[in-house]
Design a protein around this ligand. Structure first.
Ligand code: HEM
Length: 309
């Protein structure tokens, strides 16, 4: 994401990258906390939570300050007719054409949205996938065997392999159903409307409960069971369901859905190809419950990683 949006590629230990992680973690931690939820959903609580609201403003300012530093670096370095290097360059080029629409102020929020939308979501989905693999070694073995069959031993999986690996795709899909890392999606009624017999006046905040769809026993027999085969047909092809909505739905559906699916496939299939993940001997089974946060993640858990030789 840093490469695509900011034009900088970091090593994991890079001091600036550690600063990026720290600033983002600060934002996610504070957004996902109970007090922030109260501020969002119970407006009468706001006069009592002024200090907390100020903290949110402070962590945001730190993060925006970092992003704007990158933007001004691009503004100084940009050469009018050279090829754009990244998203910021593309945006700055558009802002020269249409300065009233593509404002620098908005660029700050667009960049921030991109990072908020793309980092925790993908990482937490992968963490849940590893947790489910540790707890379901038979599934893990089938995913590994599929990648051995399709990819072989001389390389790692690539996107061209995806259609030939339906069991792996179904495992990622089942992870997204069961984990539901974005359990509630906020909307606002733009007109007076009626839904399931309830009248909803224009301007009402509505929260779509994706968790309930993903865990509805009328749609998913034994919904708490991790079972990728529920997404395979008789020919062992993967079948998508209109009731799996990890990326939301409608006009505001996740903008990064295609990108995220590529990332999930590449990371997950490569990990399953090279390594076996197990519960360390003598450890209790980790909790499958989601830890509270901006997006749901598993509680920290330990794994024993063995490399296939
Ligand atoms: C597994 C990974 C991801 C999941 C589960 C996920 C999930 C979601 C969900 C549930 C929404 C709200 C959709 C709605 O309101 O109907 C959303 C919005 C959004 N996502 Fe993602 N996302 C993921 C990855 C990404 C990535 C990689 C990017 C960027 C490259 C991204 C960028 C965005 C943006 C910009 C929005 C706001 C769209 C809008 O309001 O118009 N997401 N995402």
């Amino acid at each position: 994401m840093c490469d695509t949006f900011l034009g900088c590629h970091y090593d994991h230990n890079d001091i600036e990258f550690q600063h990026v992680l720290h600033a983002m973690e600060g934002c996610f931690k504070i957004y996902g906390g109970k007090k922030s939820q109260l501020l969002d959903f119970v407006p009468i609580s706001r006069p009592f939570l002024k200090q907390h609201a100020q903290k949110i403003i402070d962590v945001n300012e730190e993060w925006y300050g970092f992003l704007m530093g990158k933007v001004s670096g691009h503004q100084k370095a940009s050469v009018a007719d050279s090829e754009p290097r990244d998203f910021i360059d593309c945006y700055l080029a558009k802002s020269l054409e249409e300065p009233d629409i593509f404002t620098i102020e908005d660029l700050k929020y667009v960049l921030s949205d991109m990072f908020a939308g793309s980092t925790d979501t993908t990482a937490n989905t992968l963490k849940f996938a590893l947790l489910y693999m540790v707890m379901n070694p038979d599934v893990q073995e089938k995913v590994h065997q599929e990648s051995m069959r399709v990819v072989g031993t001389s390389r790692l999986p690539c996107l061209e392999d995806r259609d030939k690996m339906p069991y792996t795709a179904a495992t990622i899909y089942e992870t997204q159903r069961l984990a539901t890392i974005g359990p509630s999606i906020p909307r606002c009624a733009t007109v007076d409307t009626t839904l399931a017999g309830y009248s909803i006046p224009k301007g009402t905040n509505v929260v779509c409960n994706i968790w309930s769809v993903h865990h509805d026993s009328n749609l998913w027999p034994d919904p708490e069971r991790f079972d990728p085969s529920r997404h395979l047909n008789d020919k062992l092809e993967m079948v998508k369901s209109p009731h799996v909505l990890p990326f939301g739905a409608g006009r505001r559906v996740c903008m990064g859905e295609t990108f995220a699916k590529m990332e999930l496939f590449l990371f997950f299939s490569s990990l399953m190809h090279r390594f076996k993940f197990e519960l360390p001997p003598g450890r209790e089974s980790p909790s499958l419950d989601p830890a509270p946060g901006f997006t749901a993640s598993p509680f920290p858990f330990e794994v024993l990683v063995k490399e296939y030789l």
